[in-house]
Design a protein around this ligand. Structure first.
Ligand code: NOJ
Ligand code: CA
Length: 512
């Protein structure tokens, strides 16, 4: 298999609404992102993945797409998106966009046409309209069906504003082929596929999850792979949440997706045996397929690592977010620093979600009336939801909006963030930002190819060497551990005294 750009890439996830606001309306946008490209270039990343940037009523933060071939007006214009792609490329940064094939917005032309055309029409056949709903539940809570005035019901695995496409309809296949071409022709380097495993439905099997990982979904990705192979080095990455590695691996067969997110690693508790098992399993799954592993600690759907790793239970579970469970943020911060060095030392690509490099905690005190996540609304306020990891970034200064823009940010930023702005962290050699920056640069030199060899430093220490001669040691024991012989310390997540690596600390050593 050829060495392609994504095999060892560091990919930075931009949640556009919260990255940087260029026009003062409190919502992040392309102008803001473009103005901060030098920051990303300096950070040392190889690619940007943007969450959906299409016109959207924002019923689910843009995952309700009204038009797959344009840009949300509050984010900018199509011409600006093209300019952004060019500017990113000029800095050597690739661009990955989000494609949402399971559902559109209820405001999309197709869905509006379906509503107007009525029962039995060809327009309704692009979605799932039925005279009788089944008992499926929405992933955001409540029923998965909503009734329209003429009596029919339509399926939405997520919010009612997100009607599911009917993937037995060839028109739907054709539409997404066109959409992929539309963006590949504009220079987009990769596609992140939203909810990749749930496109195909089986209503007759009686399974309450008769939409998860059905065989026919693989035909979709085989055809997408054929299409992407017509272009030069375009990446397909799947959002596939499966504990079952055998099923996960099917998405990475040589004629399907190039990579998929490693949610097993993200969900692993801060525990040496669990992390080691996850790493070994990941490598064992990917190596035979020749597919690069991905290492993910965070994204726009999960509680921020600093908060997660400071809780008594450090694992992540989508079904049990543990929102509001107390967290020792100092401990979580130390562990998040160590976790970052671990993730960045492993072979494959690594994802960094905006703000992770600043060590931001989850914001847990957003006033209820400002919460936007449909999980919050659909669960009858039983689930706090994901707004707390989507708060606009603090860039500079002592007062909100901390250089995010000039207007009032769409979610309020904690006052305490004046200490963690990009500006403050740039000036502090020991900051999380400088840890990420140094690690991302070292990673390019030391960590792009080859596998790992484990070293035995005891059951509570993760230690491995890469072929370049870099050794990563992570101490998950309560007591310090002695470092193995080495030439020099390249980088450490905390202070090292003599040859002793403290608890919850990671180090990169030069060993050849
Ligand atoms: C996964 C996305 O990451 C999430 O933010 C979204 O709500 C669902 N898919 C539905 O599109
Ligand atoms: Ca704006």
């Amino acid at each position: 298999m050829s060495e392609t750009w994504w095999r060892g890439a560091a990919i930075y996830q931009v949640y556009l609404r919260s990255f940087a606001d260029g026009n003062g309306d409190g919502i992040g946008d392309l102008a803001g992102l473009r103005s901060r490209l030098p920051y990303l270039s300096d950070l040392g990343i190889g690619a940007i993945w943007l969450n959906p940037w299409y016109p959207s009523p924002m019923a689910d933060g843009g995952y309700d797409v009204a038009d797959y071939r344009d840009i949300e007006p509050s984010f900018g214009t199509l011409a600006e998106a093209e300019q952004f792609i060019e500017e990113a490329h000029a800095l050597g940064i690739r661009v990955i966009i989000d494609v949402v094939p399971n559902h559109s917005s209820d405001q999309s032309a197709w869905f509006q046409e379906a509503l107007a055309a009525g029962p039995g029409s060809a327009a309704r056949e692009r979605f799932w309209f039925k005279d009788e709903p089944n008992d499926w539940k929405s992933i955001f809570g409540g029923p998965a069906w909503t009734q329209v005035p003429d009596g029919q019901w339509y399926l939405h695995l997520f919010a009612p504003e997100q009607p599911d496409f009917n993937w037995t309809n060839p028109e739907v296949h054709q539409e997404f082929h066109d959409v992929l071409r539309f963006w590949f022709d504009r220079g987009v380097d990769g596609i992140r596929i939203d909810s990749a495993a749930v496109l195909v439905k089986d209503f007759d099997g009686g399974d309450p999850e008769g939409y998860t990982d059905l065989a026919e979904v693989h035909d979709v990705y085989r055809s997408w792979r054929r299409l992407s192979d017509e272009y030069d080095e375009r990446l397909l990455i799947g959002e596939v949440w499966f504990p079952d590695q055998e099923r996960f691996a099917r998405y990475l067969r040589p004629d399907e997706l190039h990579t998929a997110f490693n949610f097993d690693f993200l969900g692993s508790p801060w525990d040496p045996a669990a992390l080691r098992a996850s790493i070994e399993q990941t490598i064992a799954t990917h190596v035979p397929l020749g597919a690069p592993a991905t290492w993910v600690l965070s994204n726009h759907d999960v509680v921020r690592p600093v908060t997660r790793y400071g809780r008594a239970n450090t694992s992540w579970d989508n079904g049990n977010r543990r929102d509001g469970v107390p967290s020792d943020l100092e401990l979580g911060y130390r562990r998040a620093r160590a976790a970052a060095l671990l993730a960045m030392a492993l072979p494959g690509s690594v994802y960094v979600y905006q703000g992770e490099e600043l060590g931001l905690p989850e914001v847990e005190d957003i006033p209820d009336e400002l919460r936007e996540d449909p999980m919050w609304h659909r669960s009858g306020h039983a689930v706090v939801g994901r707004d707390g990891c989507r708060v606009p970034l603090p860039w500079s200064g002592d007062e909100t909006p901390f250089g995010f823009g000039t207007g009032n940010p769409w979610l309020p930023q904690p006052e305490a963030w004046k200490k963690v702005t990009v500006e403050a962290q740039q000036a502090d050699l020991g900051s999380m930002l400088n840890l990420y920056r140094t690690a991302l640069h070292l990673r390019r030199e030391w960590l792009e190819g080859g596998g790992i060899t484990w070293l035995d430093l005891g059951p509570e220490v993760l230690a491995f060497t890469r072929e370049s001669g870099l050794t990563c040691v992570v101490n998950l024991a309560a007591d310090p551990v002695r470092l193995p012989p080495h030439e020099s310390v390249l980088l450490a997540s905390g202070s090292i005294e003599g040859d002793e690596l403290p608890s919850d600390t990671a180090v990169w050593l030069r060993t050849t």
